[in-house]
Design a protein around this ligand. Structure first.
Ligand code: CAA
Length: 383
């Protein structure tokens, strides 16, 4: 057991680890090579009750805590970073805003399919001119009386093209900044809603990422999520929680690389003994383990704060920033321990190294995480 995990947490970890080892790990290389979404594994995650871990049973969820969800993402990412983020984006970004801000009618309509994995969720915030500056949203939704008319483009959308339900942010009142942005639930297949570029990425290649195109999409009035003008706050609050998922993903990727490197260091013999007996390698392993432990404490404590309904925005930003920074360091050290062998395609560490990089970029770059952390500490004095 670790930190505040219970026997139930560790039993869940063992169950997901077994699933990840048997269902994901054997195909991870192929998924990466072929840029292929793990449709079958995701379907099974739904059957195992893992697509709605923190949500109430009445909506089809497992009604477990946030830490259980973080452990699930961590364990999937330990074998495949892409599969980890599929679960994270679905749970934290696609499902959470409906759960937290939806009307009871919206929840009953959308959550049972999402929480059981019959449908996949996604989150449409980022645009060509609205990345770190999410308030720069240019997609528009015009009130046409009996519906909203949605026009614009979203980029880099995780689960895009595979998801059925999209929470999309659009300007409903121009020229008043973030208070003019609203959130909408948009369904795949609606007229005028198309998928554009499917990105060919450096890492997390088993996760689908694409462009969303909205051309005069009629969004029913009842699909406004929250109040008109509340969209930016919904996006920010959603990202507070989403960052716990990305932190857990980074942690899992780093853990997978670490374990592979430790095993290799025991087997690889140079200068007449296993390289783990060379202090240069043993110290590297010690540093990697320390970083992993520190990151895990940050991730799990942020999850606990969220679970306890305590403020957690600063802690989730810290967890995301630290876990992703050390994921880069740990995967780099792991590859270094493997030497030339780790540099070859088909080696897990090579994939972990590529998968780790995105965790410092999405759901807010690590520079933006520092903006968030500093603003919590400094408040108005920092502006
Ligand atoms: N919760 C609720 N409300 C919040 C909030 C939060 N965490 N953070 C800010 N707000 C509110 C503020 O209180 C303020 O409200 P008022 O208008 O009532 O005063 C309003 O939102 C505007 O806040 P700011 O002035 O701080 O906004 P800003 O324009 O300066 O932006 C930012 C702040 C932190 C830089 C924000 O733009 C941001 O988080 N950028 C990064 C975006 C991001 O993370 N994108 C990731 C896309 S999703 C993704 O990557 C998914 C994936 O692939 C897996």
């Amino acid at each position: 057991m670790f930190y505040q995990t219970t026997e139930a947490h560790e039993a869940l970890r063992a169950k997901i680890r077994e699933f990840a080892e048997t269902e994901v790990k054997p195909v991870a290389f192929l998924l990466d090579q072929e840029n292929r979404f793990p449709t079958e594994a995701v379907r099974k995650l739904g059957e195992l009750g893992l697509m709605g871990i923190p949500y109430e049973k009445k909506y089809g969820g497992a009604e477990l805590d946030t830490l259980s969800y973080a452990i699930a993402v961590e364990e999937l990412a330990r074998v495949d970073g892409g599969t980890g983020v599929i679960l994270s984006a679905h749970t934290s970004l696609g499902t959470y805003p409906i759960y937290a801000f939806g009307t009871e009618e919206q929840k009953m309509k959308y959550l049972p399919d999402l929480c059981t994995g019959r449908k996949i969720g996604a989150f449409g915030l980022t645009e060509p001119n609205a990345g770190s500056d999410a308030g720069g949203t240019e997609t528009t939704a015009v009130d046409m009386g009996d519906h909203w008319l949605l026009n614009g483009e979203k980029i880099f959308i995780t689960n895009g093209g595979e998801a059925d339900t999209y929470v999309v942010f659009a300007v409903t009142t121009p020229d008043i900044g973030t208070r003019g942005i609203s959130a909408f639930i948009v369904e795949r297949g609606w007229e005028g809603f198309a998928f554009g570029d499917h990105y060919d990425k450096m890492g997390i290649r088993s996760s689908a990422t694409c462009q969303l195109l909205f051309n005069n999409v009629k969004v029913p009035k009842e699909n406004l999520l929250g109040k008109e003008g509340q969209g930016f706050k919904i996006a920010m609050a959603t990202l507070d929680g989403g960052r716990i998922g990305i932190a857990a993903q980074a942690l899992g990727i780093a853990q997978g690389a670490f374990e592979a490197a430790v095993e290799y260091s025991k087997e690889r013999v140079q200068f007449g003994r296993p390289i783990c007996q060379q202090q240069a390698i043993a110290f590297k392993i010690a540093d990697m383990a320390t970083k992993l432990r520190a990151a895990r404490l940050l991730v799990y404590s942020a999850a606990d704060l969220k679970q306890d309904h305590a403020p957690y925005g600063m802690e989730s930003a810290m967890a995301k920033q630290y876990a992703s920074d050390i994921a880069l360091e740990v995967t780099n050290d792991a590859l270094q321990i493997f030497g030339g062998n780790g540099y070859l395609k088909g080696m897990e560490v090579e994939r972990f190294y590529r998968d780790a990089k995105i965790t410092t970029i999405y759901e807010g770059t690590n520079e933006i995480q520092r903006v968030v952390i500093a603003s919590h500490i400094l408040g108005k004095a920092g502006k």
